[in-house]
Design a binder for this molecule. Structure first.
Ligand SMILES: *Cc1c(COP(=O)(O)O)cnc(C)c1O
Length: 365
């Protein structure tokens, strides 16, 4: 068996367990019952993870990385005429949503917050109040750009009082933070295989309110990313994807779901990520680094740190940590020099302690 040479402390793809990687050592046929049953069991498990109101929601799997899932939702959910999307953004992933909508020719209004601040619910309300053309809202839960957590529950509850359809990019939070899509009033939630569920890359998935999804027939601006058609085929043909699906990735994902359950579910995973994150910040602070995001809004998934001084050389730091067995992530913040360290994946507090020690060695020359 191949052994990983380093731990990925990145927001995905991330370090997976050997059992998840081993699950890929089997070739499956996309229309055989064995595979279809596997797909159906995954769809059911995802709905169960997402809500107690399982009757009102369904899960659709979509080929491609998370962005393909986001594009599929935006392109399929927005009505062809007279739809307007309110995009609340405070980072690169929110901005990417605006880019997707632009490419698709969808009318938008952007509610922008500073990258260091959570989405401002009052600013969202102002727009909902004054712009009657808005039909849908979208917000990113954990903005992976910085690691900030946005008040998704509040934004969606508010949007519902104005009778809007709600979409949430929960790419880097679903499976790592407890969310109930029905309670949080989310109509469409998007996530992907290689984040907190701890699978390997290859597909995204959408948890959709059935009634809202049924209204999307014939609306898609893309053939391959048609969310409604993908769902219809999966329902009618009991687990069949429309085009070639990533069979090995799907098998690995099933194993990852079993391991999430073994760990004790989302609550237990959240506790581990939280412990990772606290261990990280404690150690990094002792080494002279400052987190970019205020503790009150910091997610347990990924932490941005500000460069400690002018002479800090990220590439040198990165390479040194890599030789010690850790791969970290460059920053994505526009107004400040930062880098990021992720806590998600098959990563434990003792790994973080080893990382902090390696950082200490580096700092002390
Ligand atoms: C990872 C991620 C995505 C999707 O990115 P891909 O590179 O397409 O997988 C979208 N939104 C957020 C918040 C993410 O963390």
């Amino acid at each position: 068996m191949l052994k990983n040479e380093y731990l990925l402390l990145t927001p995905g793809p991330l370090s997976t367990t050997s059992r998840v990687r081993e699950a890929m050592q089997l070739d499956l046929c996309t229309w055989d019952d064995d595979y279809l049953e596997l797909v159906q069991s995954i769809r059911e498990a995802l709905v169960t993870l997402a809500t107690k109101d399982t009757a009102s929601y369904t899960a659709v799997l979509m080929q491609g990385s998370g962005t393909f899932g986001v594009e599929s939702v935006i392109g399929s959910v927005m009505p062809k005429e007279s739809g307007k999307l309110l995009i609340a953004t405070n980072g690169a992933y929110g901005d990417r949503i605006a880019e997707i909508a632009d490419v698709l020719g969808i009318e938008t209004v952007v509610c922008r917050a500073e990258q260091q601040k959570p989405i401002d619910v009052n600013a969202v309300e102002q727009l909902l109040k004054t712009d009657r053309d808005i039909t849908h809202t979208i917000v990113v839960h954990c903005e992976t750009t910085t690691g900030i957590l946005n008040p998704v529950k509040e934004v969606c509850a508010l949007a519902k009082t104005y009778e809007k359809t709600t979409i949430v990019d929960a790419m880097s939070s679903f499976g790592g933070i407890e969310i109930d899509v029905a309670e949080w009033k989310i109509d469409f939630l998007i996530s992907s295989a290689n984040k907190c569920i701890q699978g390997v890359p290859g597909f995204s998935f959408i948890i959709a309110n059935k009634e809202n999804l049924q209204a999307c027939k014939g609306q898609a601006r893309s053939l391959s990313l048609d969310l409604y058609d993908q769902w219809k085929t999966m329902e009618e043909r009991q687990g069949k994807w429309r085009y070639t699906s990533p069979t090995h990735t799907v098998r690995a994902f099933k194993q990852a779901l079993l391991e999430l359950e073994e760990e004790g579910g989302v609550q237990a995973r959240f506790a581990r990520y939280t412990q990772n994150q606290k261990t990280l910040v404690h150690g990094m602070t002792q080494n002279g680094f400052t987190p970019y995001i205020d503790e009150a809004h910091q997610s347990p998934m990924i932490t941005s740190f500000i460069y400690p001084n002018e002479s800090f050389d990220f590439n040198e730091f990165y390479n040194r940590l890599k030789t010690e067995g850790f791969v970290i992530y460059p920053g994505k913040v526009s107004e400040k020099e930062t880098f990021r360290i992720g806590n998600i994946g098959d990563v434990y507090p003792h790994d973080i302690e080893r990382l902090v020690e390696a950082v200490k060695q580096y700092i002390n020359g």
